[in-house]
Design a protein around this ligand. Structure first.
Ligand code: TXA
Ligand code: MG
Length: 338
């Protein structure tokens, strides 16, 4: 894999040629890195599914350079959708809209809807502008693994599978976009992210959160967002997620699960716990979000047999963090509330 450190005219030409030849290019966004292909080419999109080992029934998000492009590929059917576009695009936000026929069916896994996102990251924008086609892109990770948020993590995973990656440094947010679908005129969060339920309520008054956000899906045919079906964001080492709003109870919970080779991944308040290895994931929700995926990968380098991860309160950005960590832990979750 070749790392492109800047978007010079020469590099932009290389990338454009790759995309026009139905090849894949990994690019940075403000959320996580994406593996991009020409969204209008069924063959190019097929390569994403192959390289990522992704289930064919899990649809991809289509990335556009600006809002004017939306109605070329999707229909905006009501004023709630329009308000969400006006308020949150460009940004870490994906809106599920009725698709138009020019988007191949493999992009959307045969659904009649398409996820549309306009990244605000400058490099992503330049890339999307230059290639002149919409870009289908999932997060840059092999399916089930933590999403890629920096080049060194991604390079290991895709080294012989993708030829070019554009280096944009560490992803600013570190968690994927908020995915929203408007159902009966009400926005429903299918996947929480940096744009929160509260942010959406401020704009359109009401916002629901899909019950699958923190729960395992029992009836798989009912999943609004197929991506929620799979084990996700996971290191190879077994994980346990623990949460308490009382620090002493949290420490008790950790003590009772601690083994001889246990990593603790959490905030500074746990730094004095005696364990095999303590890894500090930060003390604010923004820091945790920024650091978490890369640190989960790092945990696999310590020959541990358990990672105990400190959970956070499930509000605001905390909901997005817990949505990922509960899947990281394969729903292995313990909580004591005071
Ligand atoms: O921040 C992001 O969204 C990143 C960057 C690269 O843009 N992309 C990303 O893509 O996270 P991916 O493929 O890892 O996750 C897309 C999620 C999946 O949960 C998928 O099921 C859902 O969006 N999705 C996509 N199209 C959908 C649709 N038409 N209806 C319902 N859910 C959809
Ligand atoms: Mg993903």
């Amino acid at each position: 894999m070749k790392v492109l450190n800047e978007l010079s005219e020469n590099n932009l030409e290389i990338i454009k040629t790759e995309i026009k030849s139905d090849n894949l290019v990994i690019f940075p966004t403000e959320t996580v890195y994406g593996i991009g292909a020409n969204a209008l080419s069924e063959d190019a999109v097929n390569k994403i599914f192959l390289v990522k080992e992704r289930a064919r029934n899990n649809p991809l998000i289509v990335h556009l350079k600006d809002k004017e492009e939306i109605t070329k590929y999707a229909k905006v059917n009501n004023s709630v959708e329009q308000k969400l576009i006006d308020s949150f695009m460009p940004g870490p936000f994906t809106l599920i809209l009725e698709k138009k026929d020019n988007i191949p069916t493999n992009v959307t896994a045969n659904l009649d809807t398409v996820g549309i996102r306009i990244p605000i990251n400058e490099i992503a924008h330049k890339f999307l502008e230059y290639v002149e086609v919409p870009i289908a892109a999932p997060s840059a990770n092999i399916s089930s693994r933590p999403s890629g948020t920096k080049v060194s993590d991604i390079k290991d995973e895709f080294d012989n599978l993708v030829d070019y990656i554009i280096d944009g440094g560490e992803s600013k947010i570190g968690l994927e976009s908020t995915v929203v679908k408007v159902i009966d005129n009400t926005p429903v969060i299918l996947r929480p992210g940096f744009i929160t339920k509260e942010d959406i309520e401020n704009v359109v008054g009401n916002c629901l959160v899909s019950e699958n956000v923190l729960k395992e899906i029992d009836d798989k045919s009912k999943a609004e967002s197929p991506g929620m079906l799979y084990r996700h964001y996971a290191p190879k080492t077994k994980c346990l997620l623990v949460y308490s709003n009382d620090t002493n109870k949290l420490k008790e919970l950790i003590e009772s699960n601690l083994g001889d080779k246990t990593i603790i991944l959490g905030s500074s308040k746990l730094s004095d716990t005696s364990c095999y290895k303590f890894i500090n994931y930060g003390d604010t929700l923004e820091d945790i979000s920024h650091n978490i995926f890369s640190l989960l990968r790092k945990c696999d380098t310590y020959d541990a047999n358990l990672i105990i991860i400190e959970g956070v309160e499930k509000v605001g950005l905390g909901l997005a963090i817990m949505n990922r960590l509960i899947r990281t832990s394969n729903f292995n979750y313990q909580e004591i509330l005071k």
